[in-house]
Design a protein around this ligand. Structure first.
Ligand SMILES: *[C@@H]1O[C@H](CO)[C@@H](O)[C@H](O)[C@H]1NC(C)=O
Ligand SMILES: *[C@@H]1O[C@H](CO)[C@@H](O)[C@H](O)[C@H]1NC(C)=O
Ligand SMILES: *[C@@H]1O[C@H](CO)[C@@H](O)[C@H](O)[C@H]1NC(C)=O
Ligand SMILES: *[C@@H]1O[C@H](CO)[C@@H](O)[C@H](O)[C@H]1NC(C)=O
Ligand SMILES: *[C@@H]1O[C@H](CO)[C@@H](O)[C@H](O)[C@H]1NC(C)=O
Length: 346
């Protein structure tokens, strides 16, 4: 008889003998990453509950009996067992070498899951959402790390989702309290994505392109904030061309957020990025060294101005153009604590 088929009660009574058996049969060991204090309280922490447990197995057992728990972080020294609603990996600001991370093992399709992974739904978790807007009204209206599968692709992705306000799929995220990710990356990295979904990251141009094929019309939302004061700008009917066409940028309509418009730095007047191909330092289509000057990939102009917004730049560069900035409405402000680029179905 394999441990997988043992009734839960039997496992519980045999616990002293099975120090690792339970957690390993029901959970997959994932990774613990360092992130500074402050980052871990960020919006994708998905924290549910804290208890103490003698072993990873008893922590796993407690997770199994806690509604919505899918991931645990166990501290071998302090015996603290933290439970989370979603996500693959864990992160913490101290003593990560003492900690282990596990997430629920999701069984093969055809069998019933004990608990669907976030993003999957149906009686036997047979369905998966195509993007975070598709998860709107299916999941709790909160921010969760979710599995998604764009209809045009065979690949299941992990994305940061906000299942509120029509559902938002994060395609880029910067946060001053997390470790800074280097956005000076190659074409291939910009196509496939980079960074960690628990911190700063870029979802990938091909993934964005695939999401955009799910539905008629998406808006691209830009959100910038400095210590809680936020500004937004929306680009409606946002489209990208395919990789052969260098993921050229296009939108049809624009609209600022009525209360706190960030201004249109991307398509305003003669500096519009409309129709521009994406550029990286190893595939520069700007003819003006823009990826090196702005220190990241973007849909740069073929013009010395490059772009009136730099959201993939450095958080703390000494010269203005390579720092994160957004000229229209926000002028020379650069010390943004947060930048979010998100896709939402219109
Ligand atoms: C899965 O659950 C459904 C409904 O709850 C049930 O009808 C079905 O028999 C279960 N399948 C398996 C393989 O246990
Ligand atoms: C990319 O788009 C162009 C223009 O629409 C089209 O001609 C080409 O076949 C597409 N390439 C792929 C690989 O889909
Ligand atoms: C466009 O740019 C001009 C000049 O910088 C600025 O005054 C105007 O507010 C911008 N328009 C929008 C919609 O952001
Ligand atoms: C970007 O990365 C490449 C490869 O590591 C390097 O050669 C180049 O100097 C970097 N550019 C900047 C602006 O850091
Ligand atoms: C980077 O800039 C932020 C915002 O101005 C500041 O709080 C932080 O201390 C700076 N970090 C470094 C390493 O200079």
């Amino acid at each position: 008889m394999s441990r997988h088929s043992m009734p839960l009660l039997l496992i519980a009574t045999m616990l002293p003998m099975l120090t690792h058996g339970f957690v390993e049969s029901k959970y997959l060991k994932t990774r613990v990453f360092y992130e500074p204090s402050g980052c871990e309280e960020n919006i994708f922490y998905n924290y549910l509950k804290t208890t103490t447990s003698s072993t990873p197995s008893s922590c796993g057992l407690q997770c199994s009996t806690t509604t919505d728990c899918r991931r645990i972080m166990f501290d071998r020294k302090t015996k603290i067992c933290l439970m989370f609603e979603s996500g693959e990996n864990c992160f913490h600001h101290e003593n990560i070498e003492d900690k282990d991370c596990y997430r629920l093992r999701y069984v093969a399709s055809g069998q019933n899951y004990t608990r669907c992974p976030i993003g999957y739904y149906g009686d036997t978790c047979q369905n998966i959402i195509e993007d975070c807007s598709d998860g709107f009204n299916r999941f709790r209206p909160v921010q969760l790390i979710s599995y998604i599968k764009p209809a045009a692709s065979d690949k299941v992705l992990v994305a940061n989702c906000h299942f509120n306000w029509d559902g938002m799929t994060y395609v880029q995220y910067r946060f001053s309290k997390c470790l800074e990710e280097d956005f000076n990356r190659t074409w291939t990295e910009y196509v496939n994505g980079f960074g960690h979904n628990h911190g700063e990251h870029w979802l990938g141009l091909q993934n964005m392109y695939n999401i955009l094929q799910n539905y008629d019309s998406y808006k691209l939302q830009i959100y910038l904030s400095i210590n809680g004061q936020g500004w937004q700008h929306y680009y409606y009917s946002f489209h990208l061309q395919n990789e052969t066409s260098a993921f050229r940028f296009s939108k049809s309509r624009i609209k600022g957020h009525s209360e706190f418009p960030a201004g249109d730095s991307l398509t305003n007047g003669s500096y519009s990025l409309e129709g521009r191909p994406f550029s990286t330092y190893d595939r520069d289509q700007s003819n003006n060294d823009c990826p090196d000057r702005f220190k990241g990939g973007w849909w740069y102009l073929d013009d010395p101005v490059c772009s009136r917004g730099n959201l993939n730049g450095r958080r703390n560069a000494t010269n203005f153009e390579s720092r994160i900035h957004w000229l229209d409405n926000l002028g020379t402000l650069t010390d943004f604590s947060e930048v979010q680029i998100r896709l939402t179905r219109e």
